[in-house]
Design a protein around this ligand. Structure first.
Ligand code: C5P
Length: 414
């Protein structure tokens, strides 16, 4: 899919720059040409010679180099690329990009380009969590940039948390997803995606909820839109940025989620990634409930919520052609998920282990199994947005058997 494409890879300063050398190889193996820009920080971590040898091209480092500018001006560097990839994207370079700075070759190219840009952030977890970085990241997403990662895990600085640059093969999959935009295998397809938790009101100020962040569902909506689908994202309360190019319907309760899904029909694809509350409180109190002095808690009568996945799966007339559910399990994940697929009547189940200690709920990584009528696939642990890209590509393959959706990170392991 990326054979013959030109990638301009900008390597900024961070220990993750060593993974960018592997990224160059992975892209070249797949037939892409890779031209590299190394920032001053990047050159502290990898040498221009390594980058030049792997990319089999000159390495561009200096905005004011008479030689570089006469051979290949900074505007031409971006004009001749199909995609710009910033990996690693340091906190500093993201701050420059978000604020429109152009004081070195990398930031100038990024300000001057009209090509799609993918960033793979990598930094210390405290830098990633800093409000300034979060602000800059959100600005970049709102500006329409694509992002992959960062993932969570052990960081080179000795700390543990979010900030690890995505693995080269995850970045390759993201690149393939973006570049397949032009082919848009899901163009003309309509998709409904549910995401996040639901809030079930007890009274005007209290509610029942769960810990779902919505990260996986939002990432799926973005990945389907990247492949050209027209996506309605029905989202429970969350603190995420609305994905670009997606119609978002914000709801609170399961009843509202079902109504929003039904009004988004007809659709070709439904992906139910929301963590819908199983029960709601019967008869929400109109006024804030008060302690009555008896020391006895009030009785909350619960009634079962509609099952949105089962409802969409079992529609008589107007059923989406492909209905995908999720199964968050804490034990015997695959066996439970198989039963769930049959019980709900959906086509595929994406099963994951959310047991204590997996860090999946609210985290950035996910290890999933795809259960279909044909059997089961065990996918490697990936960032949630990489899972989303792989799932979107499998969905595209379902509708277009000629579309190559292979995503097996293990097959490339050395
Ligand atoms: O039954 P369980 O909650 O484990 O099933 C999970 C799957 O069903 C998820 O895809 C979830 O989005 C969906 N679901 C739903 N409506 C419900 C409960 C779950 O759509 N009321």
């Amino acid at each position: 899919m990326i054979t013959g494409k030109s990638i301009l890879l900008i390597i900024s300063g961070g220990i993750a720059a060593y993974k960018s050398l592997d990224l160059i190889r992975r892209l070249k193996e797949r037939g892409a040409s890779v031209r590299c820009v190394l920032t001053d920080g990047g050159a502290q971590f990898v040498t221009p010679l390594s980058v030049a040898a792997l990319s089999e091209d000159a390495v561009y480092q200096d905005l004011f180099s008479l030689k570089d500018e006469s051979e290949m001006g900074h505007i031409r560097l971006s004009r001749e690329a199909d995609l710009l990839v910033v990996a690693p994207a340091s906190a500093d370079l993201m701050a420059k990009m978000a604020n429109g700075h152009a004081n070195d070759l990398a930031s100038t190219i990024l300000l001057a380009t009209d090509k799609p840009v993918l960033i793979a952030p990598a930094m210390n977890t405290r830098m990633w969590d800093h409000p300034a970085t979060r602000r800059n990241f959100q600005t970049l997403l709102q500006d329409g940039l694509h992002a992959i990662g960062p993932g969570a895990g052990d960081l080179a600085c000795g700390e543990v948390g979010s900030g690890r640059m995505s693995e080269p093969l995850e970045i390759v999959a993201a690149i393939e997803g973006i570049l397949s935009d032009t082919d848009a295998p899901l163009k003309g397809r309509r998709a409904i995606v549910t995401s996040g938790p639901t809030y079930e009101a007890i009274d005007p100020v209290r509610y029942l909820a769960n810990r779902s962040s919505g990260k996986q569902g939002h990432a799926i909506a973005a990945a389907l839109a990247d492949l050209g689908a027209e996506v309605v994202l029905v989202a429970g309360p969350n603190s995420l940025v609305d994905p670009a190019g997606v119609t978002v319907r914000d709801i609170e309760s399961a009843d509202q989620m079902l109504a929003a899904c039904e009004s988004a029909l007809p659709a070709d694809i439904a992906v139910c990634a929301a963590a819908v509350a199983d029960w709601r409180v019967a008869g929400e109190a109109e006024q804030k409930m008060k302690k009555d002095g008896s020391g006895q808690p009030p009785a909350l009568n619960l009634v079962e919520n509609p099952d949105i996945l089962a409802t969409l799966s079992q529609l008589n007339g107007g059923r989406p052609g492909l209905v995908v559910g999720f199964a968050a399990e804490t034990e015997t994940v695959v066996a439970h998920a198989r039963k769930k697929r049959a019980r709900k009547g959906c086509d595929w189940i994406v099963a994951n282990d959310v047991g204590a200690g997996t860090g999946v709920m609210g985290g950035d990584q996910n290890t999933v199994h795809l259960i279909t009528a044909q059997g089961e696939e065990n996918w490697p642990t990936m960032a949630k947005d990489a899972v989303a890209i792989a799932l979107a590509r499998r969905i595209a393959q379902f509708f277009d058997a000629g579309f190559d959706a292979d995503f097996d990170a293990n097959s490339d392991a050395e």
